[in-house]
Design a protein around this ligand. Structure first.
Ligand code: COI
Length: 364
């Protein structure tokens, strides 16, 4: 182990309080978290501690100017009862790409991975066993410099905490094309997993929910013609047997699940096109009876079936979700890799390794 990460274990595990058959997304948190501080140009105070609140200075920069980035990833239990990650290094790389865009320091990839392995090894009993459930992992970094002024912070905090989750969207979702607000433009921060992107999505999502939709489909900000993503997910369209997903052009989040699913589907013989796709093309395909499936992909969502989408007040119903064969295949492959029930031919599945060293107990 390259980095000296100290470990302070809780004396009061909350594990027995969890009903693993009923875990709402994002409401349950495991016993420990990893914390590090960026001070004087280096990452220091590397520690695993009991999960707890922490103090912020009222002028803490992230609270005002939004200098904050995060990741979403998962650990799962294989059928051999061992814990696994799926492509963890891609998450380390993406948080650094997000950090660079937000003028924040990067985290050495090996530090990110060591912290992750040690934390999940320690809290592995929190990983749900049910297929489709997982331990959600939330690495995030924020500016905690204590001054007022639009300038990069001089200090940052990096934290990883986790919690068991069930499916983000337990049933097929209803989407509506957003025709007023935009999520991101080329040259903006849409490609980064920056906290503010999600804050900006809340009002349009709330308005859509009031009308009975689960999410909006974000459109290009110039013509409202080309589809971007759904904010919580990348989008895929199956038209006449071909799979089409918007190309990540700088304004769309470079989804890791998206990337995996493109590879999986190509390996299975599907034609997958990453390109501009207009809402007119989707509507046209629907009119001709060629729009077979729409689904969203993301770490949280995994693969979410879309039951219908609405554009300019007209609702376009998709075929019954039982017929969404591509989405089902993609979901089975991701879940199968995570549960080790299908062979990992691409070397994506990484066993959680890590022994807990230098452990002290804490009464938190
Ligand atoms: C994820 O998919 O992990 C995200 O960060 C998006 C959010 C819907 C939880």
């Amino acid at each position: 182990m390259k980095y000296n990460i100290t470990v302070s274990k809780t004396k009061n595990s909350r594990l027995t309080e969890v009903d693993f058959d009923k875990i709402p997304f994002g409401r349950t948190f495991s016993d420990h978290m990893f914390v590090a501080d960026y001070i004087d140009g280096e990452w220091t105070n590397l520690q695993i501690v009991p999960f707890s609140r922490f103090l912020m200075h009222p002028s803490g920069l992230a609270l005002h100017y939004g200098q904050a980035v995060f990741e979403g990833m998962k650990a799962s239990k294989g059928h051999d009862n061992r814990p696994y990650f799926l492509r963890p290094e891609l998450h380390a790389q993406r948080i650094n790409a997000s950090a660079e865009r937000m003028c924040m320091p990067t985290i050495p990839e090996d530090l990110f991975l060591q912290a992750l392995h040690m934390l999940i090894a320690l809290d592995q009993d929190w990983i749900p066993k049910k297929v489709g459930s997982a331990l959600y992992i939330r690495p995030f970094m924020f500016a905690n410099g204590e001054f007022i002024g639009v300038a990069p912070s001089d200090t940052y905090k990096f934290i990883i905490f986790t919690g068991p989750v069930g499916p983000y969207y337990p049933k097929p979702i209803r989407l509506v094309v957003e025709e007023k607000y935009v999520r991101a433009v080329n040259g903006g921060v849409g490609e980064a997993k920056a906290a503010g992107n999600y804050a900006a999505s809340l009002l349009p999502a709330k308005l859509a929910k009031e009308k009975g939709y689960d999410q909006v489909i974000w459109m290009d900000p110039h013509e409202f013609k080309y589809i971007q993503e759904a904010g919580t997910m990348n989008l895929f369209f199956v038209i006449d047997g071909k799979v089409i997903t918007p190309a990540t052009d700088g304004a769309i989040l470079k989804g890791i699940t998206r990337r995996s699913i493109i590879t999986i589907l190509k390996d299975k013989g599907y034609t997958v096109e990453e390109r501009l796709i207009s809402i007119d093309e989707v509507v046209e395909a629907h009119k001709k009876g060629l729009l077979q499936e729409v689904f969203g992909t993301g770490t949280a969502a995994v693969v979410a079936n879309v039951s219908d989408l609405t554009y300019q007040g007209v609702q376009y119903d998709l075929p019954a979700v039982e017929e969404h064969k591509v989405a089902a295949l993609a979901r089975e492959e991701i879940n199968g890799l995570r549960s080790k029930t299908i062979p990992d031919e691409r070397g994506w599945v990484v066993p959680v390794e890590g022994t807990v060293v230098a452990s002290t107990s804490s009464s938190h």
